[in-house]
Design a protein around this ligand. Structure first.
Ligand SMILES: [Zn+2]
Length: 440
């Protein structure tokens, strides 16, 4: 069409100017050749764009469907049981979409129908629930003096926890021991191996962003060690995570009220984790949350890092347990004893320091602050007026309801490490997960 129009236009001009005919003819001939080619190219571009657009849309559709299915599973995992209308309302999906996703999750052996909800006037609604134990993840927490091991199901529920005392050593014997612990635990707790997703391992140190190198661990006295050493004798896929980050993840998992959280871990060293919208913030050098080395007292007590006045020197668990022969539980037991006034004075001073640390975190992050680790497990029972101490330091808030006691008193790091596999499973949820499910 374009070519025809130009030729006609050219013809009318010929009549007015005979001397330009040959030049015009040349131009027209060139145009006659070029323009159809350009049109063809344009059509091709349009065709490929459309095709690309459609491909994009269909891959977007697939992505949307996958995400809808994942959201549906998460919503079911978060409840003991839930109805289709409640799911639709919670997810903002249509009834048929919810039904389709639930059917797929049932086919994957992850969700089941468990009776009906009582009628509220209309038709009775079916109740859906996760299939408990459809998948299991294991978590190991490696510390200087002991190893904790947990099994959780894919709802995040703790199934089993055990702890073995063993001093860390960078030897083949120690790594073989880790493999034995996992095997013995599976046997003792009669866990179906085919449903085990993997083993998460928490380490007290800074890992690189691939999790393949333990860049630094003061506690284990290691530098630039390949993490594959730790799973040398473990026959499941393994993933690694910093211990405080793991514990923080375990605390926020499945909790809508704790999307943003700073987790302060008070064990034999002090660490922390920063979680924004349920995800770890690790900083530019993977050292975000090293709260133990914030300065609490200028030129104060010597910290193990070599600096003076760090939070760790005032708030690690040894500050308390060294008064009772290294036994922290005994420290708190004796705290009740009126004749142990010295212990009470140490505890009050400890809480005073801790209130400064927690208030500083609140001022910096303006989110919920939680204290965990060895001392965190005792704080709810023995903390007394700790929240009032916090409120007195806060110029904006009359109470300290932002301060949260930890949910996991034991094995938090191991649980968080195990959750890496649960998350991996949920994120990659597709029909292939049906394989090896062990669920008929
Ligand atoms: Zn320090």
């Amino acid at each position: 069409m374009t070519v025809l129009y130009l030729i006609l236009q050219g013809k009318s001009r010929f009549a007015n100017s005979r001397q330009n005919v040959s030049k015009r003819t040349q131009k027209l001939l060139i145009l006659a050749f070029i323009l159809p080619i350009m049109d063809i190219i344009k059509d091709f571009i349009k065709y490929f764009n459309n095709m690309g657009g459609n491909m994009g849309r269909s891959s977007n559709n697939r992505e949307v469907k996958k995400n809808n299915r994942i959201d549906t599973l998460r919503a079911i995992l978060a409840c003991e049981r839930i109805s289709q209308p409640a799911l639709a309302a919670k997810l903002g999906h249509s009834g048929p979409t919810v039904l389709q996703n639930v059917k797929e999750l049932i086919a994957l052996g992850l969700v089941q129908e468990i009776g009906m909800f009582a009628s509220t006037g209309g038709r009775k609604a079916k109740a859906f629930a996760p299939v408990a134990g459809a998948r299991i993840a294991l978590g190991l927490e490696v510390t200087k003096t002991h190893i904790g091991i947990v099994a959780i199901d894919f709802t995040g529920k703790l199934l089993h926890y055990t702890q073995e005392g063993r001093e860390f050593s960078m030897t083949d014997g120690y790594f073989r021991y880790l493999g034995d612990i996992v095997s013995d635990f599976i046997q003792k707790e009669q866990l179906p191996e085919e449903r085990v997703l993997g083993v998460g391992i928490s380490l007290p140190g800074i890992l690189d962003d691939t999790g393949k190198v333990l860049a630094f661990s003061h506690v284990l006295n290691l530098k630039n060690v390949n993490t594959e050493n730790f799973n040398r004798y473990i026959r499941f896929p393994c993933a690694f995570i910093n211990d405080a980050n793991a514990a923080g993840l375990a605390e926020v998992y499945g909790r809508d009220d704790l999307k943003n959280l700073v987790y302060l871990s008070l064990s034999n060293s002090v660490g922390g984790a920063i979680l924004a919208d349920g995800k770890l913030y690790t900083g530019d050098h993977l050292r975000a949350g090293e709260l133990g080395h914030n300065t609490l007292v200028p030129n104060g007590k010597l910290c193990y890092c070599g600096k003076k006045g760090c939070v760790d020197a005032y708030c690690n668990a040894n500050v308390l347990s060294k008064l009772t022969g290294g036994d922290l539980a005994l420290f708190f037991d004796r705290l009740q004893d009126k004749e142990q006034d010295e212990l009470m004075q140490v505890w009050r001073a400890y809480l005073e320091n801790l209130s400064v640390v927690v208030n500083n975190l609140r001022m910096t992050f303006d989110c919920n602050i939680m204290v965990g680790g060895y001392v965190g497990g005792f704080l709810e029972e023995y903390g007394g007026d700790f929240r009032e101490m916090l409120a007195r330091r806060n110029p904006f808030e009359p109470d300290a309801s932002y301060f949260k006691y930890c949910r996991h008193k034991l094995g938090a790091s191991a649980i968080g490490a195990a959750l890496l596999w649960v998350e991996e499973f949920i994120q990659n949820l597709s029909a292939k997960n049906k394989k090896n499910s062990g669920i008929e």
